[in-house]
Design a protein around this ligand. Structure first.
Ligand code: NAD
Length: 256
């Protein structure tokens, strides 16, 4: 379905980004990887699926590096047809203790980076009259939790950006949508589970059960594969008129 298309997935060396990159690769897309994790491992996993892969190590908090990555992708593969804005970090603290530098980093990586990649990707998508932009928001783009002010603000923000871009491209073959995962067992969440285990003097399995029990009625983690398959659907012709949605895949988190 995505043969001869190029997909750039930010923050794709682990977790959800890698899962989405693999799903898009299975559909024949060329992949531009980005992120600070195990680059070689991610490249190998994608190559095993027969994908052509390139990597750019842009720091998503740095606009000049983002611009360089977009130029690199266009030089290497012609243009970016599918843009997945996935890179993200978390910082947990009460607002009065929230380090302003961490606030700036969360907003830059989780929100502002998507503004830059999107503004730079759209001109070529308009020329081709085809493009797909998939923003990885969160259940925290729809509802809040305490001690995550920057993350919740960034994720609500990216849903606003998604809707605006969807409207600006509504008469074209470009669509822009958001996916809102609940808990997914990735390095980002593993850190929160470890912190919970340590704070409560409980083991990791108990910490996982408590984490799920608080928010996710299914009591199961969402998987990167499930999110990858939704991204594939959003890239399909069947989703030509799916525009500006914030689609939760959260085991019932926001249904309550
Ligand atoms: P992860 O930590 O496994 O992956 C994050 C990726 O972003 C990694 O590849 C990392 O190297 C990269 N990254 C971090 N800072 C970067 C920077 N400055 N520049 C470039 N890359 C950078 O986490 P994940 O859980 O897979 O998170 C992916 C996205 O999914 C994030 O936007 C996160 O907010 C969102 N999300 C995660 C969950 C969850 O439960 N894991 C739930 C909802 C939303």
């Amino acid at each position: 379905m995505l043969a001869r298309k190029t997909a750039l997935v930010t923050g794709s060396t682990s977790g959800i980004g890698l899962g989405i990159a693999k799903s898009l690769a299975r559909q024949g897309a060329r992949i531009v990887l980005n992120g600070f994790g195990d680059v070689e491992g991610a490249q190998k996993e994608l190559a095993a699926l027969g994908a052509e892969v390139a990597y750019h190590g842009a720091d998503m908090s740095k606009p000049a590096e983002i611009a360089d990555m977009m130029k690199f992708a266009a030089d290497r593969f012609g243009q970016v047809d599918v843009l997945v804005n996935n890179a993200g970090i978390q910082h947990v603290a009460a607002i009065e203790d929230f380090d302003p530098a961490r606030w700036d980093a969360v907003i830059a990586i989780n929100l502002t980076s998507a503004f830059h990649t999107t503004r730079l990707a759209i001109p070529a998508m308009r020329k081709a009259n085809w493009g797909r932009i998939v923003n990885i928001a969160s259940a925290h783009g729809l509802v809040a939790s305490p001690e995550k002010s920057a993350y919740v603000a960034a994720k609500h923000g990216i849903i606003g950006l998604t809707k605006t871009v969807a409207l600006e491209t509504a008469t074209t073959g470009i669509t822009c949508n958001a996916i809102c995962p609940g808990w997914v067992l990735t390095p980002l969440v593993q850190k929160q589970i470890e912190a919970r285990a340590q704070a409560g003097g409980i083991d990791i399995e108990q910490a996982k059960r408590e984490l799920l029990g608080e928010k996710q009625p299914s009591l199961q983690f969402v998987t990167p594969q499930e999110l990858g398959e939704l991204a594939v659907f959003m890239c399909s012709a069947a989703a030509n008129n799916v525009r500006g949605v914030a689609w939760n895949v959260d085991g019932g988190w926001v249904a309550r």
